[in-house]
Structure formats: C-alpha cells, structure tokens
Design a protein around this ligand. Structure first.
Ligand SMILES: NC(=O)c1ccc[n+]([C@@H]2O[C@H](COP(=O)([O-])OP(=O)(O)OC[C@H]3O[C@@H](n4cnc5c(N)ncnc54)[C@H](OP(=O)(O)O)[C@@H]3O)[C@@H](O)[C@H]2O)c1
Length: 320
C-alpha cells in the first residue's frame, strides 16, 4: 500500500516535470537529470578488449549533445584514461551543465589494492582534477572500501575536499550496509553507488531503507546487466552470463520477451523500457547505462520519452 501510494505520487511528479525533472544528490547542492552515462568503456582498456578512444570520445559527446549531464567515471577506467578523455571533451561544453562523478581507491603503487587513507584520497582528488582538466568534481566516491581505514576518517578527508570546493558531493561505492553506516557516522555521505539491476536486486533489501531514511541517493551500476537487459541476447547466449544458472537465464530471456511486448506498444526498445523503469523508480536517483558506441547512447537517451503506466511499472517489477 505504502509502495503503491509512493509510486503514484512519483508518477504525478514525473508527469508534471516530464523530461527536465531534476534529481538532487543527497544533502549536497548537486542536481542532475535522472539519466546519466557510465564510462567504463570510455578509455577503459584495462577492463575491456577492443575499445577505441575515438569511440569513447564520440560516446561522451553524444551524451552531452543529447542533454545527458551526469558522466560516471573513475581512475580505474583506463587508470586515468577515461578521466583524461572526458577532460578533453568537456572543454567544448558549458561546464556548469555537466555533472562529473569520479572515484578512487585502487592504489597504483600497491597492485591496485583499495586504499582509503585520507592522504591517498586527497591526492587522488587532486590528480583526478588535473586529468579532468576542471576546477571541481561534482561527486567523488570512495570506489571500494579498504580493510584498515576507519570509514568515517576516509569520509572526513572527502568532507575537507568538499569544504575546499574541490568536490561538491561525497559518495561511497561497493560498501555494505554496515560500512555505509560507519561511513555516514557524521551524516556526510550524499550518495551510494552499488551493483543493482532488475536481475540483481539484493540492494532493495540490504540498503534501500537506510538510504531513504538518511537522505542518501542511490545510483545503481550495471543497470543493463552488461547488455543482457537490452534484449539483444537469446537463450543460446547463456554461457556469456555464467553467474546465472541455465534455468535462471532462460527465465530472464522469457521475461525480456514480455518486456518486448510492452516496448512494442510504446514503439520503444527493450533497453529504453528497462531504463524508463529505473527512471520511474523512486528508490533510484540516476541510472547510468554504459555504452560502447554513440548510437547506443542516442538510443538509450530516448528512454526519457517513455512514460510507463503504473500497471506496466508493476508488471516489470514482478517479471524479474
Ligand atoms: N562503482 C563501481 O564499482 C562500478 C562497477 C561497474 C560499473 N560502474 C559504472 O556503471 C556504469 C554502467 O555499468 P556498465 O557500463 O558496466 O554496464 P551496463 O550499463 O549494465 O551495460 C552497458 C553495456 O551494454 C551494452 N549496451 C548499452 N546500451 C545498449 C543498447 N542500446 N543496445 C545494445 N547494447 C547496449 C554496451 O556493451 P556492448 O556493446 O559491449 O554489449 C554497454 O557497454 C559503468 O559504465 C560505470 O560507469 C561502476
């Protein structure tokens, strides 16, 4: 009952604000549209084979040209390369309209093991600012927790960077509920970025209620389950998604068939319907699908035009 009521209020709001509805990030003054861009395939040569920098540049430009403001990057994507490519592109755009989110923790001097030491985090912010060729970073995340630094101390280091105007909002990523609570001891965490999608829903039970109660935004990563939720794979592709059992995978493909029927009604793609579901979901702040080529960005951006009915929203919710 509470859930339905909340959704329907949300739908009223969405109706009212339509495409330009803005999302506020935690307690910060950062606002952004509800659809962003994930950039691990922009320069992320250490993570993916066959990437081309020129595609990465075109992907970022396509997003900004489509009015997508939030760019989600990290030191880890190409060990600085993704930030550098984004830094080059944004010089030709109005910086005040772009929301840059970056992350650090992997220590290049220690086999990329997580390091949350306050000095390391502050140095990481400075280095990211240089690579991004900008004066401030809108959201800065601790990318992974380490096992020795008290979380509140790590967050305090970022709070000092916030006070100094180098960053505008504080995030943590890949933190468990207990780690989030520890990090947020002084109420300074604005946003959590953790793994979540329609086929990976643990965060709903684990962290959503704490985040809601503490005014912390949630940004899911891998929202398209690495392409699976675009509907471009079929039952023969099970081996590409080994984390699912054969039965689970087959069920997901069947569910995507039903999403395709909804998509056809909207003259939309499966990916657009899935993204529209996240955009309409009050527990989700910004959805950041990644892209390999600009055509994917242009297509995904059209998810903002899709208005799911409450019945369609509920059906998709139950399908997975
Ligand atoms: N904080 C963290 O630890 C963490 C971890 C992982 C990711 N992230 C962030 O989250 C973002 C999103 O995750 P993700 O990019 O790994 O996965 P994702 O958003 O679930 O999937 C993106 C991939 O799906 C395919 N795709 C996207 N749109 C498509 C379309 N319209 N049609 C067909 N295929 C399409 C593309 O790959 P192909 O063309 O290659 O199939 C694209 O790279 C990342 O980019 C990154 O910024 C954060």
């Amino acid at each position: 009952m509470g859930w339905k009521l909340f959704i329907s209020t949300h739908f009223d709001l969405k109706e009212e604000f339509q495409l330009d509805h803005l999302v506020k990030i935690g307690k910060s003054d950062v606002t952004t549209g509800p659809l962003g861009l994930g950039t691990n395939k922009v320069g992320g040569h250490n993570l993916f084979d066959g990437l081309k920098d020129e595609n990465g540049v075109a992907v970022v430009k396509a997003a900004l040209n489509d009015g997508i403001s939030l760019l989600d990057t990290a030191f880890m994507y190409g060990l600085g390369k993704s930030e550098e490519l984004i830094g080059d592109v944004i010089q030709d755009y109005d910086r005040s309209k772009i929301v840059i989110a970056s992350k650090a923790a992997q220590d290049p001097n220690n086999d990329l093991k997580p390091n949350n030491d306050p000095k390391f985090l502050k140095k990481s912010v400075d280095e990211a600012l240089e690579r991004l060729n900008t004066d401030y970073i809108d959201i800065f995340y601790i990318h992974f927790p380490d096992d020795r630094t008290p979380k509140a101390e790590a967050v305090n280091a970022l709070a000092e960077e916030k006070k100094a105007g180098k960053i505008r909002a504080i995030g943590v990523s890949n933190f468990s509920l207990d780690q989030i609570k520890e990090a947020n001891a002084d109420g300074q965490v604005d946003v959590v970025e953790n793994h979540y999608s329609l086929v990976h829903r643990q965060a709903e039970k684990e962290v959503f209620s704490y985040l809601k109660d503490n005014n912390i935004s949630f940004i899911p990563y891998l929202p398209l389950a690495m392409g699976l939720l675009t509907g471009k794979y079929g039952k023969n592709d099970a081996s590409k998604f080994s984390k699912f059992s054969a039965e689970e995978f087959s069920g997901i493909i069947d569910s995507l068939g039903r999403v395709k029927t909804i998509a056809d009604k909207h003259q939309a793609t499966v990916a657009q319907i899935i993204l529209a579901w996240y955009i309409a979901n009050p527990d989700i702040s910004v959805v950041i699908p990644g892209a390999r080529i600009p055509e994917q960005v242009d297509s995904n951006a059209k998810a903002l035009d899709v208005k799911l009915s409450e019945a369609e929203f509920d059906e998709i919710d139950q399908l997975f």
